[in-house]
Design a protein around this ligand. Sequence first.
Ligand code: KG4
Ligand code: ZN
Length: 357
Amino acid sequence: MKMLGIETSCDDTGIAVLEVTESLPRGKAGKTLQFRILANVVSSQIKIHQEYGGVYPMLAKREHEKNLPIVLKKIPQENIDAIAVTYGPGLSPCLWAGLNFAKNLANKWSVPLIPVDHIEAHFLVGLLQQTDKNDQFLGIEDRVFPAVALIVSGGHTQLILARDIDKYQIVGETRDDAAGECFDKTARILGLGYPGGPAIAAAAAQIQNSKIKIDLPRPMLHTKDYDFSFSGLKTAVLYDYQARPEKERESEEYIQGMACEIQQAIIDVLVHKTMHAAKEFKAKSIVVGGGVAANESLRIRLKHTTDATSIKLLAPPPDLATDNGLMIALAGYFKYKQGAHPKNPDSIEADPNLRIA
Ligand code: KG4
Ligand code: ZN
């Protein structure tokens, strides 16, 4: 079947088409699933939001409405069997832009419309693995469950215990700012622009034996729960920045040193808590997703740490870690198979505060 996926929950307009082939291999129990990405187009609004240093929902909504038909034109539209669309969590006006567009398409093509949880999609896309040399076909990784998912984005930081596809429990989450938000806000303090994550990572990578000493806190590192807190880290960055003479804080040495320390502090907490949860719940795998999962230093640290254990690390390629339509199409396929979607597309409503469990 061909599933079209639409994503507009924040500042990326994404549409993708995923082809799924189910086959019954001889002598084996159960179905084998084969996935092929027929198209995956993301139109980013970064340039527009850069001017304001962040995402303004009404502005983002107008951009989505403008971009959706343009992105759709770049997508093969023949024989689509169903449409999947993000209905939450996310920015309400943005979610409605995608939902209304999807409803129109579903009605026009007379195909089912499947509402998808954005967080679940960030998790599921991590399970897709290459199965042939030509990068053409993908399969679902086996021996994954129980899995601990670390979903880290601009709006969310959650540790989720997944016992199966569709069996989720949030075991920890941020009590204030999300990890991506911390990158974005501290980058703004340093004048590094939007989005902050890639900017901080790039500045940190430039560092050459900086002599400026910066010690940021690792908030909640040793608490016994799986929760996070990043707003204190942002405040610590602001105080350190304000306490330095102007000449010093505007120097490359300071900005690079600070970027490096911010990145390390965030990674230390994320990795420590994720490993702790994975051990406690006897996870076979750790699955990372969300924009912050595109961070190379985080991926390297997680790889090193899991390599010393029997836990498998699953991380999507960076362009599938950030928001995209493909992850929505994939999650939509599983929802479609579960038969849980509403009969009438027009009855689907956005749920900005949707929680996976
Ligand atoms: O999942 P995503 O694309 O959108 C949301 O659902 O929020 O995540 C966007 C977030 C932003 O906060 C951005 O700064 C962060 O992901 N991000 C990164 C990197 N690339 C994107 N953070 C750290 N390192 C990166 N390379
Ligand atoms: Zn996201």
